[in-house]
Ligand binder design. Structure first.
Ligand code: G1P
Length: 290
């Protein structure tokens, strides 16, 4: 079955980026001149996804505005003859069918995903977390997972290997056997384990394709790590009912939820842009000399 729907949780407070996120959603922080969430939405669209639900809260209206028409700005750009800019901003509002729902209490990622139950209905769906930007020139990470879903018809979590000292920052998968051709069956998953007891070195990095049965588990999921309802724990429960797989996706992943990951994303994306790369290279050269 083709994956048509995606869910993007964006209801967190973004405390790691205070004070920038005091009155502005962290998902709207730009990587150069495009909000982070637009990269995530574009990845989903490039994977053929038609309907996107963004989980927000009362502080996130600028996300809704970003994907809506902006008549005043459009009129201004028409008058000024700024055709290119006009096309660019009109494109954003036409990119996909964007829906929003508010998470009324901050009870964790699992609870945020549960808010998508009515939108998803009875079909498999993709989940993309906004703190993980994955760059791939030709094959978007979520498309890789959707293709695996079509082959396996089972829930898939997107993983990559992370250094030992970082294992306690992620959901870590426990595999039945070592990955073969980048795929492996899950036995379980642990949210942010102590590195010394982590079941593998493969971390879930913000990309999932899940079957709708996950909602049955989320509905009764008790709070876990950090006192929050964890998606990881519900996936662990799902393993008891149906096959769940890990897929090692390719692509450069940036942790834009961390300051250094965010900075690296800005530099790398700038170095890929024809209008910026030469100047950025000179800038970096001069900075390293300093
Ligand atoms: C969330 C998930 C975690 C996953 C991580 C990827 O954690 O709970 O399992 O590995 O995203 O970025 P968070 O970073 O929101 O604490």
């Amino acid at each position: 079955m083709k994956i048509r729907k995606a869910v993007i949780p964006a209801a967190g407070y973004g405390t790691r980026f205070l004070p920038a996120t005091k009155s502005q959603p962290k998902e709207m922080l730009p990587i150069i001149d495009k909000p982070t969430i637009q990269y995530i939405v574009e990845e989903a669209v490039a994977a053929g996804i038609e309907e996107i639900l963004i989980i927000t809260n009362s502080q996130k209206t600028s996300i809704e505005n970003h994907f809506d028409r902006s008549w005043e700005l459009e009129y201004f750009l028409v008058r000024k003859g700024k055709t290119q800019e006009l096309e660019q901003i009109q494109h954003i509002s036409e990119i996909a069918n964007i829906h929003t729902v508010r998470q009324k209490e901050q009870k964790g990622l699992g609870h945020a995903i549960y808010c998508a139950k009515a939108f998803v209905g009875n079909e498999p769906f993709a989940v993309l977390l906004g703190d993980d930007v994955v760059d791939h020139d030709t094959y978007p990470a979520i498309k890789q997972l959707c293709d695996q879903y079509e082959a396996l018809e089972s829930s898939i979590v997107g993983v990559q290997e992370v250094p030992y000292e970082d294992l306690n920052k992620y959901g870590i998968v426990e595999l039945e056997k070592p990955l073969k051709d980048h795929v492996g069956k899950l036995v379980g998953m642990v949210e942010k384990p102590d590195s010394s007891v982590a079941p593998s070195h493969f971390a879930v990095l913000g990309r999932y394709v899940l079957t709708p049965r996950i909602f049955d588990l989320l509905e009764h999921q008790a709070a876990g790590h950090g006192g929050e309802i964890q998606l990881t724990d519900a996936i662990c429960g799902l393993v008891k009912y149906e096959g769940v797989y890990a897929y090692e996706f390719s692509g450069k992943r940036y942790d834009v939820g961390s300051k250094i990951g965010y900075l690296e994303a800005i530099l790398d994306f700038a170095l890929k842009r024809d209008d910026l790369k030469e100047e950025v290279k000179v800038l970096l050269k001069n900075k390293t000399k300093e």
